[in-house]
Design a protein around this ligand. Sequence first.
Ligand SMILES: NC(=O)C1=CN([C@@H]2O[C@H](COP(=O)(O)OP(=O)(O)OC[C@H]3O[C@@H](n4cnc5c(N)ncnc54)[C@H](OP(=O)(O)O)[C@@H]3O)[C@@H](O)[C@H]2O)C=CC1
Ligand SMILES: O=C(O)C1=N[C@H](C(=O)O)C[C@H](O)C1
Length: 233
Amino acid sequence: MRIALLGYGKMGKAIETIALERGHSIMLKVSSASENFSLQNCDVAIDFSLPSSAVANISKCLEAGVPVISGTTGWLDDYDDIVSLCNSKEGTFLYASNFSLGVNIFFELNKTLAKLMEKLPQYKVNIEEIHHTQKLDAPSGTAITLANDIIDETNYEKWTLNTPKQNEIGILAKRIENVPGTHDVNYDSAVDSIQIKHTAHSRQGFALGAVIAAEYVHDKKGVFTMKDVLNIS
Ligand SMILES: NC(=O)C1=CN([C@@H]2O[C@H](COP(=O)(O)OP(=O)(O)OC[C@H]3O[C@@H](n4cnc5c(N)ncnc54)[C@H](OP(=O)(O)O)[C@@H]3O)[C@@H](O)[C@H]2O)C=CC1
Ligand SMILES: O=C(O)C1=N[C@H](C(=O)O)C[C@H](O)C1
């Protein structure tokens, strides 16, 4: 595939390495300095840019008829508009808050655990995420996915970064130098705790998942998720 990298920072560079290893070509590398870039001759675009630039980047791809996947977090208020644009253009779009295989298994574990814990009101859930200090958004997109998946299975109504009320899931967002991404979901009662945790050791898992997702979508039409890519039912 001929790939456009929309965002050539920590993730863009990690994706470039894996894409080249898998026999793909990088046609375009877009950073903050790139104005009016052209997607000509690109088979697929991979957006890992900024919360403030993702919507414009994704829209530009859909307008140009170039399949696009996005891992950028912090722009999801506009997700439904992007889905509408994709459908109106009969285009191709996939967003994932986390592209790693391990986290996508962790998402399934989280949903199953939430279903079990729903019957045990003596346990209160909270989520903790730890990331490097350059991260712009909080909480992480992954923590939001975890919280929303719990909300779908339980009586919790929303998540909060503040002290949680009875019907809220508290998310604690920590920023520590060089941490690629750690997430844990904790259920605490007066007598014990249950915890599930995912720890990324590097950005390689995110980058490999993104390239595999681009390979999956590039010749398809529609709106996809990692469940389609990984064939998780
Ligand atoms: N879904 C997932 O699996 C993962 C998602 N992420 C998310 O991906 C995003 C990027 O992360 P990361 O690579 O660590 O961030 P970086 O800050 O390292 O890179 C961001 C890149 O975006 C570029 N950029 C700035 N403005 C624009 C623009 N208008 N169009 C295109 N690119 C632009 C920056 O350019 P310049 O250098 O010139 O400023 C930089 O190259 C974040 O939202 C992060 O949360 C991260 C890891 C995994
Ligand atoms: O900014 C990051 O680095 C990461 N962002 C994603 C998120 O917000 O969940 C995924 C991963 O945890 C790394």
